[in-house]
Ligand binder design. Structure first.
Ligand SMILES: *Cc1c(COP(=O)(O)O)cnc(C)c1O
Length: 342
Protein backbone atom coordinates (compact mmCIF):
# COMPACT_ATOMS: atom_id res chain seq x y z
CA UNK A 1 0.00 0.00 0.00
CA UNK A 2 1.46 3.33 -0.93
CA UNK A 3 0.05 6.82 -0.45
CA UNK A 4 1.32 10.26 -1.40
CA UNK A 5 3.13 12.06 1.43
CA UNK A 6 2.28 13.10 4.09
CA UNK A 7 -0.42 10.42 4.09
CA UNK A 8 2.00 7.52 3.70
CA UNK A 9 3.90 8.44 6.83
CA UNK A 10 0.70 9.06 8.78
CA UNK A 11 -1.38 6.03 7.80
CA UNK A 12 0.80 3.68 5.72
CA UNK A 13 1.32 1.11 8.49
CA UNK A 14 -1.97 1.63 10.31
CA UNK A 15 -4.39 0.05 7.84
CA UNK A 16 -5.62 -3.51 7.58
CA UNK A 17 -3.48 -5.24 4.94
CA UNK A 18 -6.28 -7.17 3.31
CA UNK A 19 -9.26 -4.84 3.14
CA UNK A 20 -9.72 -2.91 -0.09
CA UNK A 21 -9.53 0.89 -0.07
CA UNK A 22 -9.74 1.58 -3.83
CA UNK A 23 -13.02 2.03 -5.66
CA UNK A 24 -13.54 2.84 -9.31
CA UNK A 25 -15.21 5.84 -10.98
CA UNK A 26 -17.22 5.45 -14.15
CA UNK A 27 -19.59 7.61 -16.22
CA UNK A 28 -23.11 7.76 -14.81
CA UNK A 29 -25.79 7.24 -17.42
CA UNK A 30 -29.42 8.08 -16.76
CA UNK A 31 -31.43 9.55 -13.89
CA UNK A 32 -29.48 12.82 -13.42
CA UNK A 33 -29.83 15.55 -16.11
CA UNK A 34 -27.28 14.94 -18.88
CA UNK A 35 -25.53 17.90 -20.58
CA UNK A 36 -22.45 17.78 -22.84
CA UNK A 37 -20.77 20.50 -20.74
CA UNK A 38 -21.34 18.54 -17.53
CA UNK A 39 -19.97 15.01 -17.71
CA UNK A 40 -21.24 12.96 -14.74
CA UNK A 41 -19.29 10.25 -12.95
CA UNK A 42 -20.13 7.97 -10.06
CA UNK A 43 -17.67 6.68 -7.47
CA UNK A 44 -18.49 3.12 -6.52
CA UNK A 45 -17.85 3.07 -2.80
CA UNK A 46 -20.50 0.32 -2.74
CA UNK A 47 -17.98 -1.97 -4.45
CA UNK A 48 -15.34 -1.70 -1.70
CA UNK A 49 -16.99 -4.63 0.07
CA UNK A 50 -20.12 -6.52 -1.01
CA UNK A 51 -21.26 -7.01 2.60
CA UNK A 52 -20.20 -3.77 4.25
CA UNK A 53 -21.28 -0.24 3.30
CA UNK A 54 -18.43 1.72 1.65
CA UNK A 55 -18.18 4.57 4.18
CA UNK A 56 -18.02 2.03 6.98
CA UNK A 57 -15.33 -0.06 5.26
CA UNK A 58 -12.99 2.96 5.20
CA UNK A 59 -13.49 3.41 8.96
CA UNK A 60 -12.73 -0.28 9.60
CA UNK A 61 -9.47 -0.07 7.60
CA UNK A 62 -7.83 1.44 10.70
CA UNK A 63 -10.36 0.52 13.41
CA UNK A 64 -9.69 -3.23 13.03
CA UNK A 65 -5.89 -2.98 13.47
CA UNK A 66 -6.45 -0.63 16.45
CA UNK A 67 -8.76 -3.20 18.09
CA UNK A 68 -6.28 -5.97 17.39
CA UNK A 69 -3.53 -3.88 18.96
CA UNK A 70 -5.66 -3.19 22.08
CA UNK A 71 -5.77 -6.94 22.76
CA UNK A 72 -9.50 -6.94 23.60
CA UNK A 73 -11.22 -10.05 22.27
CA UNK A 74 -14.72 -8.94 23.28
CA UNK A 75 -16.35 -6.01 21.50
CA UNK A 76 -19.55 -4.18 22.43
CA UNK A 77 -21.30 -2.46 19.51
CA UNK A 78 -23.97 0.23 19.78
CA UNK A 79 -26.61 1.18 17.21
CA UNK A 80 -30.14 0.95 15.89
CA UNK A 81 -31.56 -2.41 14.80
CA UNK A 82 -30.99 -1.32 11.19
CA UNK A 83 -27.52 0.13 11.71
CA UNK A 84 -25.18 -0.46 8.76
CA UNK A 85 -22.28 -0.02 11.16
CA UNK A 86 -23.38 -2.72 13.61
CA UNK A 87 -24.14 -5.13 10.76
CA UNK A 88 -20.87 -4.48 8.88
CA UNK A 89 -18.60 -4.59 11.90
CA UNK A 90 -20.30 -7.71 13.31
CA UNK A 91 -19.42 -9.62 10.13
CA UNK A 92 -15.77 -8.53 10.06
CA UNK A 93 -15.28 -9.10 13.81
CA UNK A 94 -16.92 -12.54 13.78
CA UNK A 95 -14.70 -13.47 10.78
CA UNK A 96 -11.77 -12.69 13.10
CA UNK A 97 -13.28 -14.68 15.97
CA UNK A 98 -14.09 -11.78 18.29
CA UNK A 99 -16.86 -12.21 20.83
CA UNK A 100 -19.41 -9.60 19.67
CA UNK A 101 -22.21 -8.13 21.78
CA UNK A 102 -24.65 -5.57 20.37
CA UNK A 103 -26.59 -2.98 22.36
CA UNK A 104 -29.48 -2.29 20.02
CA UNK A 105 -32.17 0.37 20.25
CA UNK A 106 -35.54 -1.36 20.56
CA UNK A 107 -37.05 -1.14 17.04
CA UNK A 108 -40.58 0.21 16.59
CA UNK A 109 -41.37 -2.67 14.25
CA UNK A 110 -41.15 -6.07 15.97
CA UNK A 111 -41.09 -7.96 12.65
CA UNK A 112 -37.58 -9.07 11.73
CA UNK A 113 -36.69 -7.34 8.44
CA UNK A 114 -33.64 -5.90 6.69
CA UNK A 115 -30.46 -5.39 8.70
CA UNK A 116 -32.21 -6.43 11.90
CA UNK A 117 -32.95 -9.84 10.41
CA UNK A 118 -29.39 -10.18 9.12
CA UNK A 119 -27.94 -9.20 12.51
CA UNK A 120 -30.11 -11.80 14.23
CA UNK A 121 -28.70 -14.40 11.81
CA UNK A 122 -25.15 -13.40 12.75
CA UNK A 123 -25.55 -13.18 16.55
CA UNK A 124 -27.42 -15.49 18.93
CA UNK A 125 -30.24 -13.90 20.93
CA UNK A 126 -28.25 -13.58 24.15
CA UNK A 127 -25.62 -11.45 22.37
CA UNK A 128 -28.18 -8.84 21.29
CA UNK A 129 -29.31 -6.66 24.17
CA UNK A 130 -32.31 -4.41 23.38
CA UNK A 131 -32.32 -0.98 25.00
CA UNK A 132 -35.61 0.91 25.45
CA UNK A 133 -36.08 4.39 23.98
CA UNK A 134 -36.19 5.73 27.53
CA UNK A 135 -32.75 4.32 28.36
CA UNK A 136 -31.21 4.97 24.93
CA UNK A 137 -29.64 8.37 25.85
CA UNK A 138 -27.59 6.45 28.48
CA UNK A 139 -26.51 3.66 26.11
CA UNK A 140 -22.79 4.52 26.19
CA UNK A 141 -22.82 4.40 29.97
CA UNK A 142 -24.69 1.07 29.89
CA UNK A 143 -22.03 -0.25 27.50
CA UNK A 144 -19.19 0.89 29.76
CA UNK A 145 -20.83 -0.75 32.78
CA UNK A 146 -21.07 -3.98 30.81
CA UNK A 147 -17.43 -3.64 29.75
CA UNK A 148 -16.46 -3.13 33.42
CA UNK A 149 -18.35 -6.26 34.43
CA UNK A 150 -16.39 -8.22 31.82
CA UNK A 151 -13.11 -6.66 32.93
CA UNK A 152 -13.72 -7.79 36.52
CA UNK A 153 -14.11 -11.33 35.19
CA UNK A 154 -10.78 -11.07 33.39
CA UNK A 155 -11.98 -10.52 29.80
CA UNK A 156 -11.81 -6.79 29.05
CA UNK A 157 -14.13 -5.49 26.34
CA UNK A 158 -13.85 -2.55 23.95
CA UNK A 159 -16.89 -0.34 23.30
CA UNK A 160 -17.44 1.02 19.79
CA UNK A 161 -19.64 4.15 19.87
CA UNK A 162 -22.64 4.57 17.54
CA UNK A 163 -21.58 4.98 13.89
CA UNK A 164 -17.98 4.07 14.81
CA UNK A 165 -17.29 7.63 15.95
CA UNK A 166 -13.74 7.45 17.37
CA UNK A 167 -10.16 8.57 16.77
CA UNK A 168 -9.22 5.05 15.63
CA UNK A 169 -11.11 5.50 12.34
CA UNK A 170 -9.07 8.57 11.35
CA UNK A 171 -6.32 6.89 9.27
CA UNK A 172 -8.93 4.86 7.37
CA UNK A 173 -11.20 7.74 6.44
CA UNK A 174 -8.25 9.70 5.02
CA UNK A 175 -7.86 7.09 2.25
CA UNK A 176 -10.82 8.49 0.28
CA UNK A 177 -8.93 11.63 -0.77
CA UNK A 178 -5.94 9.56 -1.93
CA UNK A 179 -8.22 7.19 -3.83
CA UNK A 180 -9.92 10.18 -5.45
CA UNK A 181 -6.52 11.38 -6.67
CA UNK A 182 -5.91 7.94 -8.23
CA UNK A 183 -9.26 8.10 -10.02
CA UNK A 184 -8.53 11.59 -11.40
CA UNK A 185 -5.13 10.48 -12.68
CA UNK A 186 -6.57 7.34 -14.30
CA UNK A 187 -9.46 9.25 -15.91
CA UNK A 188 -7.18 12.19 -16.84
CA UNK A 189 -9.69 14.74 -15.57
CA UNK A 190 -10.29 17.21 -12.78
CA UNK A 191 -13.70 17.22 -11.14
CA UNK A 192 -15.33 20.58 -10.58
CA UNK A 193 -17.72 19.28 -7.88
CA UNK A 194 -18.10 16.26 -5.62
CA UNK A 195 -21.51 15.28 -4.23
CA UNK A 196 -21.49 13.11 -1.12
CA UNK A 197 -23.88 12.30 1.73
CA UNK A 198 -23.37 12.21 5.48
CA UNK A 199 -24.81 10.66 8.63
CA UNK A 200 -22.39 11.13 11.53
CA UNK A 201 -20.36 13.21 9.05
CA UNK A 202 -17.20 11.23 9.79
CA UNK A 203 -16.66 10.02 6.20
CA UNK A 204 -17.16 13.48 4.69
CA UNK A 205 -14.81 14.88 7.34
CA UNK A 206 -12.23 12.28 6.26
CA UNK A 207 -12.59 13.41 2.65
CA UNK A 208 -12.18 17.09 3.58
CA UNK A 209 -9.22 16.55 5.91
CA UNK A 210 -7.55 14.19 3.42
CA UNK A 211 -7.93 16.75 0.63
CA UNK A 212 -6.50 19.42 2.90
CA UNK A 213 -3.48 17.27 3.79
CA UNK A 214 -2.85 16.60 0.11
CA UNK A 215 -3.17 20.31 -0.73
CA UNK A 216 -6.33 19.78 -2.83
CA UNK A 217 -8.56 22.89 -2.74
CA UNK A 218 -10.58 21.58 -5.71
CA UNK A 219 -13.17 20.15 -6.31
CA UNK A 220 -15.90 21.89 -4.33
CA UNK A 221 -17.71 19.44 -1.97
CA UNK A 222 -21.53 19.32 -1.66
CA UNK A 223 -22.79 17.30 1.31
CA UNK A 224 -26.35 15.96 1.52
CA UNK A 225 -26.96 15.77 5.26
CA UNK A 226 -29.08 12.65 5.65
CA UNK A 227 -28.70 13.12 9.43
CA UNK A 228 -27.41 16.00 11.56
CA UNK A 229 -26.93 19.70 10.81
CA UNK A 230 -24.06 21.97 9.76
CA UNK A 231 -23.25 23.04 13.34
CA UNK A 232 -22.87 19.48 14.59
CA UNK A 233 -20.79 18.71 11.48
CA UNK A 234 -18.44 21.65 12.14
CA UNK A 235 -18.01 20.59 15.75
CA UNK A 236 -17.03 17.06 14.71
CA UNK A 237 -14.78 18.43 11.97
CA UNK A 238 -12.85 20.41 14.58
CA UNK A 239 -12.56 17.33 16.81
CA UNK A 240 -11.06 15.23 14.00
CA UNK A 241 -8.88 18.14 12.91
CA UNK A 242 -7.34 18.33 16.38
CA UNK A 243 -6.76 14.55 16.49
CA UNK A 244 -5.11 14.79 13.08
CA UNK A 245 -2.83 17.67 14.07
CA UNK A 246 -1.76 15.70 17.14
CA UNK A 247 -1.05 12.52 15.13
CA UNK A 248 0.78 14.50 12.48
CA UNK A 249 2.82 16.47 14.98
CA UNK A 250 2.62 19.58 12.80
CA UNK A 251 -0.05 22.06 11.63
CA UNK A 252 -2.32 21.27 8.68
CA UNK A 253 -2.19 23.27 5.44
CA UNK A 254 -4.65 26.10 6.01
CA UNK A 255 -6.49 26.06 2.68
CA UNK A 256 -9.33 23.61 2.23
CA UNK A 257 -11.97 22.95 -0.43
CA UNK A 258 -15.21 24.91 -0.50
CA UNK A 259 -18.05 23.05 1.26
CA UNK A 260 -21.81 23.38 0.86
CA UNK A 261 -24.44 21.58 2.97
CA UNK A 262 -27.73 20.47 1.45
CA UNK A 263 -30.86 19.23 3.17
CA UNK A 264 -32.59 16.15 1.71
CA UNK A 265 -35.11 17.31 -0.91
CA UNK A 266 -37.78 14.96 0.49
CA UNK A 267 -38.35 12.72 3.58
CA UNK A 268 -35.99 15.04 5.46
CA UNK A 269 -35.99 13.30 8.84
CA UNK A 270 -33.33 10.64 9.27
CA UNK A 271 -34.49 7.11 8.49
CA UNK A 272 -37.77 8.18 6.92
CA UNK A 273 -38.68 6.88 3.47
CA UNK A 274 -41.72 8.05 1.50
CA UNK A 275 -43.37 7.28 -1.85
CA UNK A 276 -41.07 9.72 -3.67
CA UNK A 277 -38.00 7.85 -2.40
CA UNK A 278 -39.49 4.43 -3.20
CA UNK A 279 -40.35 5.57 -6.73
CA UNK A 280 -36.87 7.07 -7.13
CA UNK A 281 -35.38 3.70 -6.08
CA UNK A 282 -37.17 2.12 -9.07
CA UNK A 283 -36.29 4.94 -11.49
CA UNK A 284 -32.60 4.83 -10.54
CA UNK A 285 -32.54 1.05 -10.99
CA UNK A 286 -34.17 1.22 -14.46
CA UNK A 287 -32.19 4.20 -15.73
CA UNK A 288 -28.73 3.55 -14.27
CA UNK A 289 -28.63 -0.17 -13.50
CA UNK A 290 -27.86 0.58 -9.84
CA UNK A 291 -29.73 -1.07 -6.97
CA UNK A 292 -29.46 1.55 -4.23
CA UNK A 293 -30.34 1.63 -0.54
CA UNK A 294 -33.25 4.06 0.00
CA UNK A 295 -32.30 5.53 3.40
CA UNK A 296 -29.04 7.16 2.33
CA UNK A 297 -28.12 6.71 -1.32
CA UNK A 298 -31.48 7.10 -3.08
CA UNK A 299 -32.29 10.15 -0.93
CA UNK A 300 -28.87 11.55 -1.80
CA UNK A 301 -29.25 10.94 -5.56
CA UNK A 302 -32.80 12.33 -5.57
CA UNK A 303 -31.52 15.44 -3.77
CA UNK A 304 -28.63 15.85 -6.24
CA UNK A 305 -31.14 15.55 -9.10
CA UNK A 306 -33.30 18.33 -7.60
CA UNK A 307 -30.21 20.52 -7.10
CA UNK A 308 -29.04 19.98 -10.69
CA UNK A 309 -32.49 20.73 -12.07
CA UNK A 310 -32.54 23.96 -10.09
CA UNK A 311 -29.04 24.99 -11.09
CA UNK A 312 -27.05 22.87 -13.53
CA UNK A 313 -23.33 23.03 -12.68
CA UNK A 314 -20.73 22.98 -15.46
CA UNK A 315 -17.60 20.85 -15.67
CA UNK A 316 -17.05 17.24 -14.60
CA UNK A 317 -19.14 16.15 -11.59
CA UNK A 318 -18.50 13.22 -9.26
CA UNK A 319 -21.34 11.69 -7.27
CA UNK A 320 -20.36 9.31 -4.48
CA UNK A 321 -22.41 6.14 -4.05
CA UNK A 322 -21.57 5.37 -0.42
CA UNK A 323 -24.23 2.74 0.29
CA UNK A 324 -25.04 -0.66 -1.13
CA UNK A 325 -27.72 -3.03 -2.37
CA UNK A 326 -28.01 -4.83 0.97
CA UNK A 327 -29.80 -1.73 2.28
CA UNK A 328 -32.74 -2.58 0.00
CA UNK A 329 -33.71 -5.73 1.83
CA UNK A 330 -35.67 -3.95 4.55
CA UNK A 331 -37.93 -2.45 1.87
CA UNK A 332 -38.98 -5.52 -0.09
CA UNK A 333 -42.68 -5.43 0.69
CA UNK A 334 -42.98 -1.66 0.20
CA UNK A 335 -41.19 -1.89 -3.14
CA UNK A 336 -43.21 -4.91 -4.22
CA UNK A 337 -46.50 -3.13 -3.52
CA UNK A 338 -45.27 -0.23 -5.66
CA UNK A 339 -44.73 -2.40 -8.74
CA UNK A 340 -48.36 -2.09 -9.80
CA UNK A 341 -48.01 1.71 -9.65
CA UNK A 342 -44.67 2.13 -11.48
C1 LIG B 1 -23.11 5.44 7.51
C2 LIG B 1 -23.53 5.69 6.13
C3 LIG B 1 -23.30 6.92 5.48
C4 LIG B 1 -22.70 8.12 6.16
O1 LIG B 1 -21.48 7.92 6.78
P1 LIG B 1 -21.05 8.85 8.00
O2 LIG B 1 -19.59 8.61 8.11
O3 LIG B 1 -21.80 8.38 9.21
O4 LIG B 1 -21.40 10.26 7.69
C5 LIG B 1 -23.71 7.07 4.17
N1 LIG B 1 -24.34 6.07 3.51
C6 LIG B 1 -24.58 4.88 4.09
C7 LIG B 1 -25.30 3.84 3.31
C8 LIG B 1 -24.20 4.66 5.42
O5 LIG B 1 -24.47 3.47 5.99
Amino acid sequence: MSFPEPLQQLIGDRLDRELNWKSRCHPLVGYLPQRPSTPLFIKREDELNANVVGTKQRKYLSLLPALEHSGNRRIILIGSAHSNNVLGLTQLLRNRNYDVRALVKMPGNKALTGNHLLLSLLLPGDCIHYISHRDWPDVEQIARQEANRWAVRGTPAAVIPEGGYSEAVLPGILTLAADLQHNCTALKLQFRDIWTDSGTGVSAIGLLLGMRLLGMTQPRVHITQIAGDPDAFQQRYRQFESWLVRQLGSPLPSSSPEVRFIKPATAASYGSVNKTILHATGHIARETGLLMDPVYSVKHFYTVKCEMERHMPTGPQLILYNGGTLGLCGFQSQLASLQTIV
